[in-house]
Ligand binder design. Structure first.
Ligand code: 5AD
Ligand code: SF4
Length: 421
């Protein structure tokens, strides 16, 4: 049986895309291997969001080109494939095929054209043992934040029909999945006729067998009160809102073309806390945008203090060719970017620790994701917000939900024990 090896860089949507493509290969009778040296087909699904992501993907593609076995094919998919197209093949001669992120359907055509089908027994079941899965509900972005390559590589917004989302969720439930994360670059733009994103969340939450629903990412300029109220009113919708702020000053937000003010953002945070007092709020934050002064960076730190995010993804600005910000004068040196990033990470880490420490004694539900590898009686999981949990108990299985009490905090994990309710 021929085999394939898949390597994925980047965001959750790339992971979900890779999973879809892996399923197609399994359906065609291919086996998945964990050893790239043995594979007949190697696929690298790439990311373009920062230069560093592209550098790592290119290094990996080059390495695969060197080590792949004789006759094996090397395909490159995803955002970097979309951005650079056939230029990748010119630079790395060992690449056989380049299929951009907007052309995933071409992947299937390529499969049928260039790879033989093999006899196989039925449709593949679950791809992994995790009780959670990602479901893409909309693709693309039309916001054109000035730093961001996504609108160029992922193209305009397209929503997946609600009936398709619901039937995909129902199929995954049959495979044993119980937690779903709905994905979109900007979920608030979801539309299917009269159905908006809050309606879609409710539809998914009411599919039999669905225990938990999460989603990402919301744009602060169009995160609605209806969405927040829906989460507050529906117990299987997780108490977590990812609301990327990016920067803490109105001037930088405007240069970024984010189209909201700090006041608007803080108003949303206040609304979330009012409707969902126990919500975990998380963010994406960037330092070193062209023109960012020391004072404006301090504004970002002050904002982070004020909001008290449970966690945040933090980045140094990376210029992306073709974006509006790429033609702005870079005023922040790499050294300063890195030292700002370090200060920001230090601050956020201390806030995360405070939030975790103050959760000791609380009771909540935890969904088990799997066993902690190094320890016999420890299980990893997540509460119904966005807090990581280690559950100490004799026996458990991925997918089980327990009532627990937090007995200790490591600063980034809550160590919990089961309680009976
Ligand atoms: N440089 C640094 N970070 C970026 N992001 C997007 N584009 C860039 C860039 N050019 C970050 C944003 C976004 C997250 C997914 O990646 O914070 O929300
Ligand atoms: Fe990029 Fe802005 Fe769209 Fe997010 S909303 S994908 S940051 S352009």
């Amino acid at each position: 049986m021929p085999s394939f090896y898949f390597q994925t860089f980047g965001c959750q949507m790339n992971i979900a895309d890779s999973d879809d493509l892996r399923r197609e290969l399994l359906c065609r009778g291919y086996d998945e291997t964990s050893d790239p040296l043995c594979a007949d087909l190697l696929i690298v699904n790439t990311c373009s969001v920062r230069e560093n992501a592209e550098t790592r993907a290119k290094a990996r593609i080059q390495e695969f080109g060197r080590v792949k076995k004789n006759g094996a094919k090397l395909w490159v998919t995803g955002c970097m494939a979309q951005r650079l197209g056939q230029r990748i093949k010119e630079k790395i001669k060992t690449v056989d095929r380049v299929i951009g992120a907007q052309h995933n359907s071409d992947f299937l055509a390529h499969l049928d054209k260039y790879l033989p089908k093999y006899d196989h027994t039925g449709v593949p079941g679950k791809l992994h043992n995790s009780p959670g899965d990602y479901i893409t509900v909309m693709r693309g972005c039309e916001n054109f934040c000035t730093y961001c390559i996504v609108p160029y590589v992922r193209g305009p917004e397209v929503s997946v029909p609600a009936s398709e989302v619901v039937s995909k969720v129902a199929r995954r439930v049959d495979e044993g999945v119980c937690e779903f994360t709905l994905l979109g670059q900007n979920v608030n733009s979801y539309r299917d006729g009269d159905i908006d994103f809050a309606d879609l969340l409710k539809m998914v939450a009411s599919v039999p067998g669905v225990r938990r629903v999460r989603f990402t990412t919301s744009h602060p300029k169009d995160c609605s009160e209806k969405l927040i109220k829906t989460i507050a009113a529906t117990s299987s919708l997780c108490r977590h809102i990812h609301l990327p702020v990016q920067a803490g000053s109105d001037r930088i937000l405007s240069l970024m073309n984010r189209r909201y003010s700090l006041d608007h953002y803080l108003g949303l945070i206040e609304m979330i806390r009012r409707y969902i007092p126990d919500a975990d709020i998380t963010s994406d934050i960037m330092v070193g945008f062209p023109g960012e002064t020391d004072d404006e960076f301090e504004d970002t730190l002050r904002l982070v203090e004020k909001v008290h995010y449970t966690t945040a993804f933090m980045f140094a600005y990376s210029s992306r060719e073709g974006t509006a910000a790429a033609s702005m004068k870079e005023t922040v040196s790499e050294d300063v970017k890195l030292s700002r990033l370090k200060s920001l990470i230090d601050l956020q880490t201390s806030i995360t620790k405070k939030i975790y420490d103050s959760s000791v004694g609380e009771e909540f539900e935890v969904l088990i994701n799997g066993r902690q590898e190094k320890r016999e009686r420890l299980w990893m999981g997540m509460n119904n917000g966005f807090k990581k949990v280690l559950l100490s108990c004799d026996s458990a299985e991925a997918g089980m939900i327990f009532n627990v009490r937090a007995v200790r905090s490591s600063g980034m994990t809550l160590i919990c024990e089961r309680i009976t309710k």
